[in-house]
Design a protein around this ligand. Sequence first.
Ligand code: SF4
Ligand code: SF4
Length: 296
Amino acid sequence: QATLSLSKEDVAAKTKKHPCYDCSACSSGSARMHLPVAPACNIQCNYCTRDFDCPNESRPGVTSGVLSPEEAVAKYLKVKEKVPNLSVVGIAGPGDVLANFEQVKATLEGIRKVDPDVTFCVSTNGLMLPFYANDLLKLGVSHLTVTLNAVDENIGAKIYKHVNYLGKRYTGVEGARILRDNQLTGIRYLVGKGMVIKINIVMLKGINDAHIETVVQTVRDLGCEITNIMQLIPVKGSAFEDMELVSNKELMEKRKACSVIMKQMYHCKQCRADAIGTLDNDVSIQFREEEEKKEE
Ligand code: SF4
Ligand code: SF4
């Protein structure tokens, strides 16, 4: 067992400076950077092809080059020098953080050595959360995003093609149940340890749209901080490529209905897995151009 080595007050102060959790931090110019150090994934969502960044937290149709932990730490130092108000380091893919735990651990340990204060924020599908929860606490990860599209395994079975778990591939209701159980177990445990948790929900017309309030109620009861109901951005070649999308109006109405249950995120930009800067001004392209020039 482990605990977060931060006081409640310290975590609250970090939340206030996290542009995704606090709208005022977003407008006052707090910046975050994503480090793409996690290429593999352990499940198959029907809205993903794995050719691009994980659409659970990132903009689909975009590919971020994967960095080694050493490259990631070097990039962090460079970005810290050039981007004022950098308050958060996030890892959001391009696959799943907990399917690449050794790379994630080496990256965060390397950054902690050079910066004792920056906030660590990671994003996962939650399958391996019960296994790595203590490690995340030990690393000082204070903010976590879990994508949780359904708590009903019959609905989950329509969203997940398969789940690779402890050496075996599970499909249908069985796979969805394992994923859901591990997500909820991990979330419950980490909320109890003081971690601040955001839940991403991809709104899928005719599949989980009528079920979202139940998901939101469930995670509110577990003590999560905020839910981020997101539009599906169709990925070519995925099973949901031709799915009818919910309209912006339907999305906003769902968020509004859920705001009665708990705090909602309205300003998610569905960023790249290598995004850098404020949510309104992604400067990652400048750093990519520098890297490309060096390679030439
Ligand atoms: Fe794709 Fe992310 Fe789902 Fe993995 S968790 S299949 S990377 S959307
Ligand atoms: Fe924040 Fe949304 Fe971007 Fe994630 S994808 S860093 S939640 S704005």
